[in-house]
Design a protein around this ligand. Structure first.
Ligand SMILES: NC(=O)C1=CN([C@@H]2O[C@H](COP(=O)(O)OP(=O)(O)OC[C@H]3O[C@@H](n4cnc5c(N)ncnc54)[C@H](OP(=O)(O)O)[C@@H]3O)[C@@H](O)[C@H]2O)C=CC1
Ligand SMILES: O=C(O)[C@@H]1CCC=N1
Length: 268
């Protein structure tokens, strides 16, 4: 069975690791690397996986999942890039970094797949977008899918779309959490106890998300069904539109996409 090493097991590395274990990937086929020994101890105790150094991971694993911050990828690749045999599969989880960044630091012919997942992987509800980079075949994409399918939904996209994907689904959970946080605060403004406001909004978010997924209806239809003539909802929507919520979202996601591009530009 494929041996996977997660290089740089921070938040995303840990959620990949824990997801693979939940999906039945044997701990004996998983390796992790960390920068700090204490972090390694934590992961070893929590998951029973082997914590090794980056060189040992390169030697032992078939798949190297790179989960360091984009800004740390250059240092990691300077350490191990040239030593990676070209039959290993590199899966980059790094926002912004194009696969060409890795290819330039790896032996010629090494396959690279770029993946953008998100934190709902922790509850097996991730959205993971997978792209073939240099030398990546259908088989390599299938390996990435095998790893990420148990963590939620997967989609294949051309790499040229990955910065936009990062802006939408990679960062997306943060926008929803911000919205929920603000709506709970609105409940406080309206005099509700925080716990009550929290319960109302979280369940409303879950119900709305399940309807979006399962009803097959366009979000406009679902919103119209809530919006009664001369009712409460349209009064709120007028305020949202007055405050430019739609334009703010367009600008915000464009800024996230631009930041991904900037990360790439700063890394070359
Ligand atoms: N957070 C998110 O929601 C998402 C993040 N991503 C991407 O995932 C990647 C990881 O992000 P995230 O998990 O949030 O970041 P974290 O900082 O939590 O994780 C990165 C980990 O890599 C470790 N590390 C750094 N350099 C090395 C090295 N040379 N050898 C071994 N370990 C190393 C860091 O160690 P130390 O603890 O010492 O800093 C840290 O624990 C990023 O590239 C990000 O763009 C993608 C999608 C979503
Ligand atoms: O904020 C970030 O850069 C990372 C990438 C997508 C989500 N978090």
């Amino acid at each position: 069975m494929t041996v996977v090493a997660v290089l740089g097991a921070g938040k995303i590395g840990e959620l990949v690791l824990s997801g693979l274990l939940r999906a039945g990937w044997p701990a004996s086929k998983l390796l992790v690397t960390t920068r700090r020994a204490a972090r390694g101890d934590e992961l070893r105790e929590r998951y029973g996986v082997r914590v090794v150094d980056n060189a040992a991971a390169v030697a032992e694993a078939d798949v190297l999942a790179i989960a360091v911050k984009p800004q740390d990828a250059g240092t990691l690749l300077a350490e191990i890039g040239a030593k990676i045999p070209a039959d290993k599969l590199i899966i980059s989880l790094c926002a912004g970094l194009p696969t060409g960044f890795f290819a330039a630091r790896l032996p010629e012919g090494t396959p690279v797949v770029r993946v953008m997942t998100n934190t709902p992987a922790l509850v097996d509800q991730a959205m993971t977008a997978i792209s073939a980079g240099p030398h990546a075949t259908g088989e390599h994409l299938a390996v990435a899918e095998e790893m990420f399918k148990p963590l939620g939904a997967t989609i294949r996209v051309p790499e040229s779309q990955q910065d936009a994907v990062t802006a939408l689904s990679g960062s997306g959970p943060a926008y929803f959490y911000l919205l929920v946080e603000a709506m709970i605060d609105a409940g406080i403004l309206l005099g509700l106890p925080r716990q009550v406001a929290h319960e109302l909004i979280v369940q409303t978010a879950i119900g709305s998300a399940v309807m979006l997924r399962d009803s097959g209806e366009h979000p406009v239809k679902l919103r119209e069904a809530v919006t009664s003539p001369a009712g409460t909802t349209i009064s709120a929507i007028r305020e949202l539109e007055n405050h430019g919520v739609r334009a703010a979202l367009l600008a915000a996601l464009e800024a996230a996409r631009d930041r991904a591009r900037e990360i790439a530009a700063q890394s070359t």
